[in-house]
Design a protein around this ligand. Structure first.
Ligand SMILES: NC(=O)c1ccc[n+]([C@@H]2O[C@H](COP(=O)([O-])OP(=O)(O)OC[C@H]3O[C@@H](n4cnc5c(N)ncnc54)[C@H](O)[C@@H]3O)[C@@H](O)[C@H]2O)c1
Length: 397
């Protein structure tokens, strides 16, 4: 059967799905975007990004204009594409339990639109064993659809470079599916790495866990130095200078966002909750806002003060507030301080934010919640708490 689209991206209006769809379209493929969220679909169809991603607004305009990309909330588009790439979100619940059925359920919902000869590529970060579950599911449907698992490894904000630069992990049980997945991703990047599906599932979880643990180590060392009255950033700069073995020691900061903690906890659950380092990293990273407020409470009469948090996104130059620890900081400060004001020029989805000017006018003390570049040179007359070191004026609290 012939297909008039090369790829349809399911979850294609999301932070991973949309940059991927844009990149495929830029490389000349005919791309469909399918997403459950009609508001996001409407935005994309009208050339507006649902979130910030450098380079994406221009590219979206170009590929809509050239007719290489179309977005819809109608799943029927899935039947038109030779490759179906599934990038739906994969949450853990409030008790940090992963739900291995989210991706199979999303695939199951597409059953009526699967056609013989299609390749189904899973790209969400999944609980180990989910690819096998989907293979089973698809086989049971009798649709002659092949399955591959090719995890996404980009970081938000760098998507439109990294999609072309990072080696692409491809995995599939069948050799033909593996070859087809490799060919698809070779339209983006010259280097692919082949694995078994179970290896690739763990490779993705190991990648995010490694990063989360590195941040936790930095944060624990930060607290150690701080408790000793020393500036972690001065120590870090000194020890990493021309010393390659420690060059990747991170600065301190609120290590958060939609992936790192979630995926570390998926790995812990996979290992029967036996992951001492992963759980320790969670205690350190999630405990950092509490530590900061505790230190502030020793120096200031917080109860009579207005504290301003500058930057609410989970990381610098981002508008993504998912799982941002700046919000945890806000919750703790609302309990301890007289008042809390929050501002973030990137974030438009939180209507409780005030403007930067108002925050700087009314606050007695300012905490940098996200390391947006503009804060490096922003004039601030109040005392500033900057654990990230964006201002270069010291990180002690
Ligand atoms: N955000 C990142 O930096 C990043 C990086 C690498 C991998 N990942 C992984 O990629 C996956 C997606 O993450 P994200 O940040 O893009 O999430 P997201 O919430 O930004 O995007 C998911 C999209 O899928 C849509 N969706 C959900 N269920 C659907 C369904 N059944 N059918 C069609 N559309 C559906 C949502 O409306 C949303 O637009 C997750 O598994 C995540 O762990 C994320």
């Amino acid at each position: 059967m012939g297909f008039d689209l090369d790829v349809v991206v399911v979850g294609g209006c999301g932070h991973v799905g949309l940059p991927l769809a844009l990149a495929f379209a830029e490389r000349g493929l005919q791309v469909g975007v399918y997403d459950l969220d009609p508001v996001a679909v409407d935005k994309v169809s009208n050339g507006r990004m649902p979130f910030e991603e450098p380079g994406a607004p221009e590219l979206l305009g170009r590929v809509l204009g050239s007719g290489h990309l179309r977005a819809t909330a109608d799943p029927a588009i899935v039947a038109r594409a030779e490759h179906i790439v599934v990038v739906v979100g994969t949450p853990v619940d409030e008790h940090l339990n992963p739900d291995p059925h989210v991706v199979p359920a999303a695939v199951g919902a597409l059953a009526d639109h699967l056609r013989p000869g299609q390749l189904l590529v899973l790209r969400s970060t999944v609980y180990p064993g989910v690819t096998a579950l989907v293979e089973h599911l698809v086989e049971g449907l009798g649709t002659q659809v092949e399955v591959a698992f090719c995890p996404e490894r980009i970081a938000e904000g760098k998507a439109l470079h990294e999609l072309y630069e990072l080696p692409q992990i491809v995995s599939a049980r069948q050799q033909s599916a593996l070859m087809r997945a490799r060919k698809l991703f070779e339209t983006l990047t010259s280097e692919t790495v082949e694995m078994l599906p179970e290896e690739a599932e763990l490779a993705k979880l190991f990648t995010n866990t490694y990063r989360y643990l590195k941040f936790a180590l930095a944060n624990q060392l930060y607290m150690m130095a701080n408790d000793y009255g020393l500036d972690y950033e001065r120590i870090r700069r000194g020890l990493t200078h021309n010393y390659p073995r420690a060059a990747d020691l991170p600065a301190a900061g609120f290590a958060a966002g939609p992936c790192l903690l979630k995926d570390t906890m998926q790995l812990a659950a996979f290992n029967n909750n036996n992951f001492v380092l992963g759980h320790a990293a969670m205690m350190v990273n999630e405990g950092l806002p509490l530590y900061v407020v505790d230190r502030l409470a020793r120096r200031y009469e917080l109860g009579g003060m207005t504290v301003g948090i500058l930057g609410m996104a989970f990381k610098g130059e981002s508008d993504d507030i998912r799982s941002s620890l700046a919000y945890k900081l806000k919750r703790i400060l609302r309990f301890k301080a007289g008042a809390v004001l929050c501002a973030d020029p990137h974030v438009s989805t939180d209507h409780n934010l005030v403007s930067e000017e108002e925050l700087l006018e009314r606050s007695d003390l300012v905490v940098i919640g996200a390391p947006h570049r503009r804060y490096a040179t922003l004039e601030i007359s109040q005392p500033v708490v900057d654990i990230w070191g964006v201002r270069g004026e010291g990180v002690r609290v």
